[in-house]
Design a binder for this molecule. Sequence first.
Ligand SMILES: NC(=O)C1=CN([C@@H]2O[C@H](COP(=O)(O)OP(=O)(O)OC[C@H]3O[C@@H](n4cnc5c(N)ncnc54)[C@H](OP(=O)(O)O)[C@@H]3O)[C@@H](O)[C@H]2O)[C@@H](O)CC1
Ligand SMILES: Nc1ncnc2c1ncn2[C@@H]1O[C@H](COP(=O)(O)OP(=O)(O)O)[C@@H](O)[C@H]1O
Ligand SMILES: [K+]
Length: 509
Amino acid sequence: MKVVTPAEMSEMDRQTIAHGIADYELMERAGHCCFDVIDRETASDAKILVLCGAGNNGGDGQVVARLCFNQRRPVQVLFVGNPDHFTPNSERNFKRLQDTGVPYAFFTELDDNTERMIRDADVIVDAVLGNGLKNRPLYPNVAALFEYVNQSKAVIYAIDIPSGLRGSNGLTVGQAIRADRTLIIQNPKVGMLLEDGPDFLGEPTVLDVGISEQYTDSQKKVLDDESIPKLAKRLKNSNKYDYGAVSIVAGSRGMIGAGLMSSAACLRSGAGLVTTWVPESIYEIVAAQMPWEIMVKPYTQDNVISQLKQQKATAYVIGPGIGRKMLYADLIKWLIETGKPVVIDADGLYHLSKIKSVLSEHAGPIILTPHAGEFCRLCEITKDEYKENSTQIASEFAAKYQVILVLKGYRTRIFVPRGDDPAQCEIWFNTTGNPGMATAGSGDILTGIIAGLLSQTSRPEDAAKLGVYLHGLSGDMAAEQFGECALNAMHLIDKLPESFKTTKRNANE
Ligand SMILES: NC(=O)C1=CN([C@@H]2O[C@H](COP(=O)(O)OP(=O)(O)OC[C@H]3O[C@@H](n4cnc5c(N)ncnc54)[C@H](OP(=O)(O)O)[C@@H]3O)[C@@H](O)[C@H]2O)[C@@H](O)CC1
Ligand SMILES: Nc1ncnc2c1ncn2[C@@H]1O[C@H](COP(=O)(O)OP(=O)(O)O)[C@@H](O)[C@H]1O
Ligand SMILES: [K+]
């Protein structure tokens, strides 16, 4: 399924209409689909209040109200928007609403009457602002209304997108409806998956109203059980060298756990051989704690490259827990020059940010796994610039440097460049994971998983996609067992076997 921007959604609407489905018919379908869900989930005597804007989102709301009324449900409409600005289809539905006899009122300000309407409602349907939201502050009376609605006890259903939430980036225009359920028309919008979007959305359901995603060339897609790549079956006639030898440069004094976690996750993800390189000063203690299967080797600032040269590796990791005291620029340059796949994470990204130009030319695949802060440093942008426009900036970065970018967050995105046009960059939005994973070491484990998979496939992007998906799935399984609060990074490693097994596409091992 594609993820779209509001502009791409509008183009899909336009093309679908141009190809023969009348816009009034589309609105009718959208309203019917929303009504079906609400009708199914709501007690027959629940008092329903539908808030309708002047645009087509409000038109969808009017259809819902009419259908509720026809089913003898207690329903009324509050118009939040100037009726002089009705779109033609809203206007047409307004006439039908009047003919049907649905009770309605016009909102002017938050007075006793509107407060009572909201207080009395069991269900509030938010159809004020949808895909046509513009990035300007709400009028103060509407902002006050939204605040009051958000405090109500009613179950809130948002149609298409919670009003006030920006479909482009998940920021609000200052205030937005905080929905319990969002009934998404046809395709998820980018902003539903980023920043505040998921918290305002509540529980989402995507409704198929017959708008076709073939009418957009959006390269943004949902990464789910259906779309994850498949690992090749292990041949009987194979040995450990067929599944890669990963060299991991990780850990420093005070941060020994990072290397342990990355390495253990890498091993669990199927790498044939894992060697972990640590500074001499922590060698003894790391070696004592490392799983038996993993080789641990010491290095110093002076001999690190010559040491690594002696060990044949099919993929490299640099970063988890390496800190900022030692110098890693030469090592990073050398790793990139080997032409082998390299995963750069955590403080590896800090060191990389000082020598970013080394990315300009590279032969082998590079996977970078920054969280938002690390990415901002790498791109020299502010947090606000990131929030406003992260999808565009990250596409440009991935295309410019020809790297696979794993941009971590609640819904981690994997950017896979296709040529040097950022518009062609594939963006995969992961669907697994939960806030319980916001815990120390969780990222180190992701890096290990990706490296382990990288050593078993010739398609690095597959390792990134599958790694992110399985990491999140392990997190969901751990949250299911322990709850989000008590979830620790090590639980993710414990759950890896189960997540590998239950992933449909890998279950035929
Ligand atoms: N055929 C189709 O296209 C289909 C569309 N469908 C539905 O239509 C929805 C999109 O409808 P849309 O394009 O009419 O825009 P919509 O979201 O109603 O908003 C426009 C109104 O909001 C106002 N407004 C905007 N920003 C504002 C702000 N910051 N603060 C305050 N007001 C603001 C704006 O005011 P104006 O800027 O004109 O003064 C105007 O009145 C989509 O989400 C889906 O539900 C489905 O039925 C399927 C078929
Ligand atoms: N709120 C959240 N919901 C889902 N996943 C999260 C959340 N916060 C963090 N994560 C995931 O946990 C990992 C954290 O990585 P990172 O910030 O590098 O942590 P660390 O450096 O402690 O290992 C990432 O994979 C990220 O996607
Ligand atoms: K809405």
